[in-house]
Design a protein around this ligand. Structure first.
Ligand code: KIV
Length: 271
């Protein structure tokens, strides 16, 4: 047995992640629980506790109804389950748009209560002042533009952005504003490929695509979508697992065993 002292595991930091611009692609997934986070932690540079948890875990119609306490509860679980990845927690709808002061109070609460390393918020130029305010006061911010699910009521649904080339200028200005305000990375969601590629070349911070472009500096997917747990994942998702069927078969087999009175007893050893 080696007597070498073990090197302490160091978490990914915000500056290290930001330095990956144009380098090795950044691997990221969402996670909402300690046990899945512990698996994702072996592979991901950052893990997002996304407010998509409202829809994925709690059966909500959109992310609009997600409260702060839910983000904090799931954020804590993910931080507890991980050692390596930077954990980023989404600021929920209504917790940051009103003013930079309100945003700071809520972002500080999320960071103190969960132990996460950064927060993410949606919006481009309109959120630049707030991003700057938070970063100046010690809160690392990841931006999120393009398809911003918290604005789905204004957008009229979950629609791919940039199909009309006349709108590209607005998206480019949004990306520039978020980067100049001090965000360390920016999610480009549901955006036509050439626009996401163009923005990636224009900004000095890493872009993290989701249904965007292979030119992005990294990718994020919702874990349950790529695991095959969502019966109707977004079209752009490559599905790597078959958990829906796997869980269904396991539960069906269990139910059959119970009906057959195959109850495990204390002296039966299964492993
Ligand atoms: O809430 C979420 O999961 C997200 C990702 C889809 C980027 O914001």
């Amino acid at each position: 047995m080696s007597t070498e002292p073990q090197k302490p595991i160091r978490r990914m930091t915000v500056p290290k992640l930001a330095a990956r611009k144009g380098g090795e692609p950044i691997v990221s997934l969402t996670s909402y629980h300690a046990h899945t986070a512990a698996i994702v932690d072996n592979y991901a540079d950052f893990i997002l506790v996304g407010d998509s948890l409202g829809m994925v875990m709690h059966g909500m119609e959109s992310t609009v109804g997600v409260p702060m306490d839910l983000m904090i509860m799931h954020g804590r679980a993910v931080v507890r389950g991980t050692q390596r990845a930077l954990v980023v927690v989404d600021m929920p709808f209504g917790s940051y748009e009103e003013s930079p002061n309100v945003a700071f109070r809520n972002a500080a609460t999320i960071m103190k209560e969960t132990g996460c390393g950064a927060v993410k918020l949606e919006g481009g130029a309109r959120m630049a002042e707030t991003i700057h305010f938070l970063v100046e006061r010690g809160i690392p911010v990841m931006g999120h533009i393009g398809l911003t699910p918290q604005s789905s009521h204004v957008m009229g649904g979950f629609k791919t952005q940039g199909r009309d080339e006349d709108t590209w200028g607005t998206h480019e200005a949004d990306a520039a504003a978020v980067a100049e305000a001090g965000a360390f990375a920016i999610v480009l969601e549901g955006m036509v490929e050439p626009l996401a590629a163009k923005i990636t070349k224009q900004v000095a911070i890493p872009t993290i695509g989701i249904g965007a472009s292979v030119e992005c500096d990294g990718q994020i997917l919702v874990l349950e979508d790529m695991l095959g747990l969502n019966a109707r994942p977004p079209k752009f998702v490559k599905v790597y697992g078959d958990l829906l069927n796997g869980i269904n078969n396991a539960v069906a087999n269990y139910a059959q065993d119970v009906k057959d009175r195959k109850f495990p007893t204390e002296d039966e050893v299964y492993r």
